[in-house]
Design a protein around this ligand. Structure first.
Ligand code: ATP
Length: 534
């Protein structure tokens, strides 16, 4: 059978690969070739089957049918261990790390080259060496369970690189990295490809696709619908393949599930994907809805904690909190959610002080890590959806399943969530669809203060535009939205006002984030100029 890379010998070759989960055909008859010495981008809407296809290659979900060949040799891969032995490593979208280990121990455990006896000092040196090669910062002695999402992502990346595999799969590796960390990662990936390795990069970010890849494959509803040379295509053509309905939906603004997506002017910015009506300044902000005053959280190894962090968010505005992951955002969200008790300072929401260990009053929180902090993966979407609102669905101690189901169905339809059914465990949903569910749940509570961290992580371009539009609608309806993110472009696009978080406190503020973009970027990495003082 001929493949899409005819003429080049593929290092990895899939033929007729199928994988179903119950009645869901996640991957259908896929032929996929990746040539040694190339970076191959894999794209597709949320739920298209990208992670499943790669999990087939990595042995997490062995194929129901079809063949895999490496260097022309047919192979059977039935576990990640077998994949590693065959020279395949994978950076997962949802991290596969052990919380009680330190960073150095995690790397040593995953490494092919760990000596029989664990040597703490050389393991720490190895972490420092790998991290500096990637221009990433990671404390070898930090405990994995204490790390921010960004640091766990950094750990997964350097651990996969350390294995020196021939085929390296990265499932949305940059979703929580700082902008300054993306380029060194891509330089490294290019270097690894130039050494003859095959790199597969799953991403939703068009600028990344065009910055680093040689080839692009697009999946839709489990099928691989196209493979193109990156040099022979452009972002609009690729976007049309990923979301063929985008222009039709743009004409029908009431269409559910996907907001307007404009043409992409260049591969520079995915911002152009988001409709111009998201731009700030649409509502006049009201009084302060959230006041955070002088919060203190002592740092654990590898974390910054909070050092007297203060901020306010007003009714009807989107306050952007921009910062490189790991500068205290995780601690701030935990304090607001009532999961962590601050060592000092206080929080007042809508005039009511937060009670120790309780969620801030009138507030809903979308945490950064949906797996660890937002969902109970073995419960259904229906059960997860009502968890924070059980009182709405119960009377005399009994839950009204029929109302739960009706509301869940409405959310699934409204947010275009792809799931086998409202009663299927959320574990079985794709990452992007889990994220949509978490956001829908927070908005369904009609909070006066909505704190969202990494809201669009893992969402495809259509879903990203849709989520940003809904947050704007919430602000226009009077909610104070605190939008915590590490993607400066995205924060600038959505926020009316922005503050920069660095080293556990706010180091700058701008009432016009678009105009202060460069200053904000500098503050994110520790420059000390406050745009408010300009
Ligand atoms: N373990 C599982 N059990 C049941 N269904 C699953 C499982 N894993 C994936 N699926 C289903 O397979 C389909 C493809 O999911 P997959 O995670 O591969 O999509 P994706 O393209 O990677 O999406 P995303 O961009 O959101 O990560 C979805 O309908 C999902 O619900």
């Amino acid at each position: 059978m001929s493949g899409p890379n005819d003429g080049d010998a593929a290092l990895l070759s899939l033929r007729g690969v199928c994988r179903s989960f119950g009645t869901t055909k996640a991957v259908r008859e896929v032929d996929f070739d990746v040539v040694a010495g190339t970076v191959h981008a894999l794209l597709g809407e949320n739920g298209a089957g990208k992670s499943t296809l790669m999990n087939v290659v990595y042995g997490v979900h062995p194929a129901d049918r079809g063949t895999i060949a490496i260097g022309g040799e047919p192979v059977r891969i039935e576990s990640p261990r077998q994949a590693l032995e065959r020279g395949i490593s994978m950076v997962h979208q949802h991290h596969q790390l052990i919380p009680s280990l330190t960073v150095a121990e995690s790397i040593a455990l995953a490494s092919r080259n760990t000596p029989w006896r664990y040597d703490r000092r050389s393991a720490a040196l190895q972490v420092t060496r790998l991290a500096s090669r990637l221009e990433l910062e990671l404390d070898p002695e930090a405990r994995v369970g204490e790390l921010s999402l960004g640091d766990r992502q950094r750990l997964e990346i350097i651990s996969a690189i350390d294995r020196d595999s021939q085929i390296i799969i990265l499932d949305e590796p940059t979703a929580v990295l700082a902008p300054t960390e993306v380029e060194p990662l891509f330089d490294l990936l290019r270097g690894l490809a130039d050494d003859g390795r095959a790199i597969i990069l799953i991403t939703h970010r068009m600028r990344e696709v065009f910055a680093v890849s040689d080839a692009i494959s697009v999946m839709r509803k489990g099928e691989l619908v196209a493979t193109l040379a990156t040099s022979a295509t452009d972002p609009n053509q690729v976007l049309d393949l990923v979301i063929p309905q985008r222009h039709r939906l743009a004409e029908t603004s009431s269409a559910p599930g996907v907001a307007e997506i404009e043409d992409v002017d260049s591969a520079e910015g995915d911002l152009n994907l988001v409709a111009a009506h998201l731009r700030p300044g649409r509502a006049t902000p009201g009084p302060d809805a959230l006041v955070v005053d002088a919060l203190e959280v002592a740092p654990a190894p590898g974390t910054t904690g909070l050092c007297g962090l203060s901020l306010t968010a007003r009714q009807g505005e989107i306050l952007g909190v921009i910062g490189v992951e790991g500068n205290g955002q995780h601690e701030l969200v935990e304090v607001l959610a009532g999961i962590r008790i601050a060592d000092g300072g206080h929080v007042v929401a809508c005039g009511e002080p937060q009670t120790r260990g309780r969620l801030a009053p009138h507030t809903a929180v979308v945490p950064e890590d949906r797996h660890r902090e937002a969902l109970v993966l073995d419960l259904s979407s229906e059960e997860n959806l009502v968890l924070p609102m059980l009182d709405r669905y119960s009377s005399v101690g009994l839950l009204s399943r029929s109302r739960m189901r009706a509301d869940t169905r409405a959310v699934i339809e409204d947010y275009a969530v792809v799931t086998a059914s409202a009663t299927a465990p959320t574990r079985s949903m794709s990452g992007g669809n889990q994220q949509k569910l978490v956001l829908a749940r927070a908005l369904a509570q009609s909070p006066k203060v909505l704190v969202v961290s990494q809201a669009t992580r893992g969402l495809d371009p259509g879903a990203t535009a849709e989520v940003l539009r809904r947050l704007r609608d919430a602000a226009n309806a009077g909610t104070a939205v605190v939008f915590i993110g590490s993607d400066l472009d995205e924060v600038v696009e959505i926020a009316d006002r922005a503050v920069v978080m660095y080293g556990g406190r706010i180091v700058g503020e701008s009432a016009d984030p678009d105009a202060s973009r460069d200053v904000l970027a500098g503050l994110m990495v520790g420059a000390d100029r406050d745009p408010a003082r300009d």
